[in-house]
Design a protein around this ligand. Structure first.
Ligand code: GDP
Length: 444
């Protein structure tokens, strides 16, 4: 996960000062020094860090803070707000037309994840914005880019327009627009060619395409792992093409985060999306406030809920809630829940997004959790369909057969049975109204 070490260091600095009731010039300076070092180490642009520290200092020494009930908490808030300011004051949204045909040009250097991001944004626009999307394969430079886009298009059930690698990108773009108009599409996303480095030929080609496509948005993909290079590349593309937003990719890697924290201030181009994995669903809209929360270890419950809605199968979840309201919870329900939770990625990352549990997240050993889940799955798979639905029928002989089948001890089977029994007790309480109705909470 990107920002990991920045987050750890900032947290330490903040904890130090918020643990001290009194704010003195000395502990303030100590904290600011630590914040400065952590930002520089995360590869944030030097000038950006300098201004950041000055702004925090100025505000923190203001009368309002000194007069407040808890000055150190106020300082933490100032750091948070300034961090948010670096990331962008408010959410940046796509500029698509409410009606009629809109177009997006995806641009970026080779290997930054442009083709993948084109498909991810197509999926986003189709699902969240209810657009009828056409993807257009205009990257005729990188071998296999067309095929890759076609494969991705199939995965997300979005049509891909291509005239093959022999037809020029410009000609393909022209024909694609015509096709989109004839087939009642309302959003066309052009995956354009990249190069390994910025060169004149690339920029000329993109400018020509811009003339034809009249894009509502030009999105530049930049790789989080390239650090400060993000700023250089964004500046150059922006000067030549006036880009409207950034898609920062590979945020699932261990990028230090400096590029993302510097780019807005230096180029004034907002980050619109971050991509955090290779799969088509691994895309998040970028929210500066939530990212600031996450960096300062305050969790990000809103993104977690959105990810759950996006990645989990909501039909299965709805059925699970209905069964629980009926007071039913069996081994099959547990298997379903394991499957759903796995779609959310590692337990550690899930915990980090929950305010208050994020510190605990670091202590969780994902391998250990996985091993425990695998063991329980093996036990359930050794049961007959009848046993899975009727936990109460499991007497000694059945238990020892199941344990043998799963290669575990009877003790492990007993532990799993008591877990399911506990869940059954809870669901029965829910049915009888002794507990809050989770179903209503979910619907509400
Ligand atoms: P393009 O040359 O810019 O079109 O790049 P691609 O879309 O082909 O992506 C290059 C490689 O990066 C591929 O192997 C992608 O699967 C991978 N990739 C793209 N986005 C991400 C991401 O957010 N995280 C990770 N881990 N890999 C990514």
């Amino acid at each position: 996960m990107a920002f990991e070490s920045l987050s750890e260091r900032l947290n330490k600095a903040i904890k130090n000062i918020s643990g001290q009731g009194k704010l003195t010039e000395k502990n303030m300076n100590d904290m600011l020094r630590e914040v400065r070092m952590s930002l520089l180490e995360a590869d944030v642009n030097y000038g950006v860090v300098k201004d950041f520290i000055e702004r925090v200092k100025e505000k923190a020494l203001g009368q309002e803070v000194l007069d407040s009930l808890n000055p150190s908490q106020m300082v933490v808030k100032i750091v948070h707000d300034e961090l948010q300011e670096l990331l962008g004051q408010s959410d940046a949204k796509l500029h698509l037309k409410p009606n009629g045909l809109s177009t997006i040009m995806m641009v970026g250097l080779q290997g930054t994840g442009k083709t993948t991001a084109s498909a991810k944004i197509a999926r986003f626009a189709k699902q969240k914005l209810k657009k009828r999307v056409l993807l257009v394969a205009c990257d005729v430079v990188r071998p296999a880019a067309i095929e890759q886009l076609q494969t991705l298009g199939k995965q997300i059930d979005v049509e891909v327009f291509s005239l093959g690698a022999q037809t020029s990108a410009i000609e393909t773009a022209r024909k694609a627009l015509q096709y989109a108009n004839e087939h009642q599409k309302d959003l066309v996303i052009f995956d354009t060619a990249g190069r390994l480095h910025i060169d004149e030929e690339l920029m000329d080609e993109l400018k020509e395409m811009k003339e034809i496509v009249h894009p509502d948005d030009i999105l530049l993909t930049v790789d989080a792992m390239t650090g400060q290079d993000i700023v250089t590349v964004a500046k150059e593309f922006n000067e030549q093409l006036q880009i409207t937003g950034l898609v920062v990719t590979k945020m699932d890697g261990d990028a230090r985060g400096g590029g993302l924290l510097s780019v807005r201030t230096i180029t004034d181009v907002p980050v619109m999306f971050v991509s955090n994995g290779e799969k088509v669903e691994d895309l998040e809209e970028f929210h500066p406030d939530r990212m600031a929360d996450r960096i300062l270890g305050m969790g990000d419950i809103l993104t977690l809920v959105e990810q759950a809605q996006d990645k989990m199968d909501m039909e299965i979840q709805k059925k699970a809630v209905e069964r629980m309201q009926e007071g039913i919870f069996t081994f099959n329900d547990l298997l379903d829940q394991y499957k759903q939770v796995k779609k959310m990625g590692s337990m550690q990352n899930v915990m980090k997004m929950i305010p208050g549990l994020n510190k605990l997240g670091a202590q969780i050993d994902d391998e250990q959790v996985d091993a425990g889940v695998k063991k329980n799955e093996a036990i359930i798979h050794s049961m007959t369909p009848y046993e899975r639905e009727h936990p109460n029928c499991l007497k000694a002989s059945r238990k020892s057969r199941i344990a043998k089948g799963a290669g575990v001890k009877v003790m492990d089977v007993n532990r799993l049975i008591s877990q399911v029994e506990q869940m059954q007790t809870l669901t029965k309480m829910m049915k009888s109204g002794k507990m809050p109705d989770f179903g209503a909470m979910q619907r509400g």
